[in-house]
Design a protein around this ligand. Structure first.
Ligand code: HEM
Length: 525
């Protein structure tokens, strides 16, 4: 009896050792050990523990830029990962129609995003893109965004920062910036200011519900579909929470839509024209000549808020963190600002500005090439969307020879691309704004090399606005304050679809010596 137990134990042990050796040897062929049932999941767990973005980067470097990840068959994790610019161009532009967002993505996010631009494909996407694109390039939009930014920065951001100085307290700059861009994008989408960035940094139910709804929606991607669908059906666990927060988001949006309809009917007499997205879409008709449904209008606004809510603030947070480590870059930015200010005309308008608070004008913000380079360099190393995805519609082959089966998920690793020496050179991990400048003018890069704003027909619609917003905010802060990251504050990325700093960015601000700045200006003039 004992003998047979020992023999069975030996057989089991031998099988385990054989399977382990076999799985580990798969690393040679597949890049990672491939275990029965769970595939490469154990390696992914280790990757998540040690820092997922760096793990993906080193994996892609070892595999020459493209990698086939095999998860357990019951999971949603099987995918092709790539950071090869040739594949990116093929995926985002050349064969754009064969790489949609796809049904899997849409089904997962539908409860929150409906048929909005962020999740839609084909005609539904094209129609929204076309209309929104006209709006984003109109002068009314530019004026509206410039005015909303002046209001947000000068009446809300700077007082909050001043408050922290008065009270000698440190402040979570990421939180403050997230509040600013949330208010700003709500003004653009809805024409409504939720007031997240106000003294005391209040909790705003709509903003909280929005954040909760997006966080739980993202969790669905990590849970087998049949499980979250069952939870949704039974209204339990995170799905219950999600349902509640989505209801709050939708109620807020519906209320805004109802109010705006009333306002618009009055406006017909007033002849006052609003230029937020909701109003623009309300004035338009669908292909049958009917006004858009309230649900469609709601989806449009919710999607724009999602797209433009925290990408710029997260980019700014990484930028300020990098800036503290590179005082020479801050010095160059200040010099650029001061040079631009020296060119101010001494007409009445500018003279008034000299007496009042200094507000940068749109044409001045446009001239800030070095600042744009410094922001782009931060986005190259810390892209706000570190990984993005597509689905393969029909069997295809990437330019690097990778075979793609219909239905395969493709993940493009934007973070890894910024740290690849074959794309950016041996110094790819260094923060060097100068790589974006030719003759001191900002030069943009190919979207398939610098993919922080996506590329091809789905290039970020808010790119120009985002640069304007980031430059205006950054210049307004840098001109006035020294931003010092608190000692012992740990800065690491959070595992999420957007690259937040996990612990925020705790900083202490110090006012810059005004006389020193003015002396510099008079020396330059
Ligand atoms: C630094 C700031 C920003 C970055 C890095 C960024 C990046 C991106 C990326 C990577 C995408 C593609 C997402 C995908 O398809 O999966 C995207 C799409 C989009 N972005 Fe931005 N974005 C920024 C700011 C903004 C802002 C401020 C707005 C609006 C006010 C905006 C509006 C949009 C829209 C509407 C889309 C969807 C375009 C489409 O699918 O046709 N973005 N953005």
């Amino acid at each position: 009896m004992l003998m047979s137990e020992i023999q069975s134990f030996e057989v089991v042990l031998a099988v385990i050792i054989f399977v382990a050796i076999h799985s580990l040897r798969q690393k040679k062929h597949h890049g990672l050990p491939l275990w029965p049932l769970v595939g490469m999941l154990p390696s992914l767990f280790i990757g998540v523990q040690t820092g997922i973005y760096e793990w993906v980067t080193s994996l892609l470097h070892r595999q020459n830029g493209t990698f086939l990840f095999k998860g357990p068959s019951f999971s949603n994790l099987n995918c092709v990962l790539t950071s090869d610019p040739r594949n990116l161009e093929y995926l985002l532009k050349t064969k754009f129609s064969n790489f949609p967002k796809g049904e899997y993505f849409r089904n997962t996010v539908r409860d929150l995003l409906g048929d909005g631009i962020f999740s839609a494909d084909d005609e539904t996407w094209r129609r929204q893109r076309k209309t929104a694109s006209v709006e984003f390039h109109s002068s009314e939009f530019r004026n509206m965004t410039a005015e909303s930014l002046i209001e947000l920065v000068h009446c809300r951001l700077l007082p909050v920062l001043e408050d922290s100085i008065e009270q000698s307290t440190s402040i979570d700059l990421q939180d403050v910036l997230l509040r600013l861009t949330f208010d700003n994008v709500c003004m653009i989408a809805f024409g409504v200011d939720p007031g997240c960035l106000s003294p005391g940094l209040p909790k705003i139910p709509f903003a909280q519900a929005f954040e909760e709804a997006t966080e739980v929606t993202v969790l669905r991607f990590f849970i087998p579909t049949f499980i979250w669908k069952a939870m949704r059906y039974l209204n339990v666990g995170i799905e219950r929470k999600l349902k509640y927060s989505i209801t709050q988001v939708h109620e807020f949006a519906n209320q805004v839509i109802t109010t705006r309809k009333k306002e618009l009917s009055l406006e017909l007499h007033d002849k006052k024209l609003k230029s937020d997205l909701l109003t623009i879409f309300m004035r338009l008709k669908d292909e049958e000549g009917k006004p858009f449904s309230d649900t469609f209008l709601r989806d449009i606004c919710v999607n724009f808020i999602l797209a433009g809510r925290d990408t710029s603030s997260v980019a700014l947070s990484w930028f300020f963190w990098l800036l503290e480590k590179h005082p020479e870059v801050e010095k160059q930015i200040l010099e650029e600002i001061q040079n631009i200010l020296c060119q101010r005309d001494t007409d009445m308008e500018d003279l008034a500005d000299i007496k009042g608070p200094l507000v940068f004008k749109p044409h001045e913000v446009k001239k800030m090439d070095y600042l744009q380079a410094a922001l782009s360099e931060a986005l190259r190393l810390y892209p706000s969307v570190p990984l993005d995805h597509k689905e393969v519609l029909e069997d295809d082959v990437f330019p690097d020879g990778t075979i793609l089966k219909k239905g395969t998920k493709v993940i493009y690793a934007i973070y890894a691309m910024g740290r690849t020496d074959t794309i950016w050179g041996k110094d790819c991990r260094e923060y060097k704004p100068e790589r974006w400048l030719r003759d001191r003018r900002f030069m943009s890069e190919s979207a398939y090399k610098f993919t922080a704003f996506n590329g091809g027909p789905r290039l970020c619609l808010g790119k120009d606005f985002a640069y304007y917003q980031m430059k205006f905010v950054a210049a307004s802060i840098i001109y006035r304050y020294r931003v010092k990251v608190d000692k012992n504050h740990v800065v690491v990325p959070k595992l999420a679809l957007t690259m937040y700093m996990k612990n925020g960015l705790k900083v202490t601000l110090k006012r810059k010596d005004e006389s020193e700045l003015h002396n510099h200006i008079s020396l330059l003039s």
